[in-house]
Design a protein around this ligand. Structure first.
Ligand SMILES: [Cu+2]
Length: 358
């Protein structure tokens, strides 16, 4: 009901406004003046309006940046993220300064020199001094930003140390699997040719390095204060592993390995205290529109101390243990298959033989 009344008020308001304008036009016609002629006082009004609206615009840019600051990510939970945040902040300070100076001058001069009949414009074609100023100052500022940015970037992507934890993040439509490299800290070989229902990552079981690998879904854990090397893979399309709280994002590209490493510096518990939110969880998201269920492609990340982490990882089955547990079931499956359809069973044998060749 209220929304209908509001609608009615707006419509009636518009009609009234239209009628008032019509009255002005008619009265001008009677007086014999042209309503469309622009006079000095119109120009003055417009210059004042420009000053008000322009100032309001500049003010709102600063005000909204301040008012929305709580909607930003909490402080970085990784070591390099602190550097990225500083880099961002420095860039923003420079941008805000440049924005404020240029817009204040633009609005002020546009308002000050509004059209007056008696004014004669100055003919001004060239000034080497001005050209130098507006070329050299931006060049110097940009050089600072670029050199500073490159030095930070080189630091961030410098090779990881020796004492690292290796994890593969495997993306497919539409979920993530994390594979820990296990005691040997080396991921076993994998090939897309070996992918099937029971081996979604195509792990080469014959590779001795895969035996101690550990696969986890839904949630993965990281030890605080330890450098983690992530190796990213995709099975189907390009996905993007995005861990916003750690300021990390890397594309997962089919057919190649991409890599990034960082050191978590705050446990989940510490972050829950900092954000005053006891339900806070770090998250891994897909940040590449990869298909219908892209929005749901995520995994929680728990950062905890090394002891709890080891305990958690120890409670998970290694690839070898999972294979052992699955073995009797697999035998039964092959038997029923051979009873039902001998042709199919021959195919199963051929595939198994092929798989062991790798
Ligand atoms: Cu995706």
């Amino acid at each position: 009901m209220i929304s209908f009344l509001t609608f009615l008020v707006i419509v009636l308001g518009l009609i009234t406004f239209g009628r008032i304008i019509r009255i002005f036009e008619l009265s001008a016609e009677l007086r014999g003046t042209d309503v469309n002629a622009v006079n000095g006082s119109d120009n003055k009004t417009n210059s004042l309006l420009l000053l008000i609206m322009g100032s309001a615009f500049v003010f709102m840019v600063f005000y909204l940046t301040y008012a929305m600051k709580d909607k930003m990510l909490p402080s970085s939970a990784s070591e390099h993220g602190v550097e990225i945040d500083t880099l961002f902040a420095v860039n923003w300070y420079i941008l805000f300064a440049a924005f404020f100076i240029t817009h204040a001058l633009l609005i002020y001069f546009a308002a000050k020199y509004y059209f007056k009949k008696e004014h004669k414009p100055v003919f001004f074609a060239h000034s080497t001094k001005l050209e130098l100023i507006w070329t050299l100052i931006p060049a110097a500022v940009l050089s600072v930003i670029i050199v500073y940015g490159i030095s930070k970037w080189n630091k961030i992507v410098a090779p990881a140390g020796d004492d690292v934890l290796v994890i593969e993040l495997y993306a497919k439509q539409f979920d993530w699997t994390a594979r820990y490299a296990g005691d040997d800290n080396e991921l076993g070989k994998a090939s897309f040719r070996l992918i099937d229902g029971s081996n979604p990552l195509g792990i080469e079981y014959t590779d001795p390095q895969s035996a101690d690998d550990i696969l986890v879904r839904n949630e993965f854990h990281l030890p605080v204060g330890k450098e983690v090397v992530f190796k990213f893979h995709s099975r189907d399309v390009i996905h993007s592993a995005y861990m916003p709280h750690f300021r990390a994002q890397m594309n997962c590209v089919p057919g190649m390995t991409t890599q990034f490493h960082f050191k978590p510096i705050k446990t989940t518990e510490e972050m829950r205290v900092e954000t005053a939110n006891d339900k806070f969880d770090y998250i891994l998201l897909c940040n590449k529109i990869c298909g219908a269920s892209h929005f749901n492609m995520q995994m929680n990340i728990i950062v905890e101390d090394e002891t709890s982490f080891r305990q958690w990882l120890g409670s998970k089955k290694t690839v070898a243990e999972e294979l052992k547990a699955a073995a009797p079931a697999a035998t039964v499956e092959v038997k029923t298959d051979s009873l039902a359809a001998p042709a199919d069973s021959a195919k199963v044998h051929a595939v198994t033989a092929d798989a062991t060749k790798h």
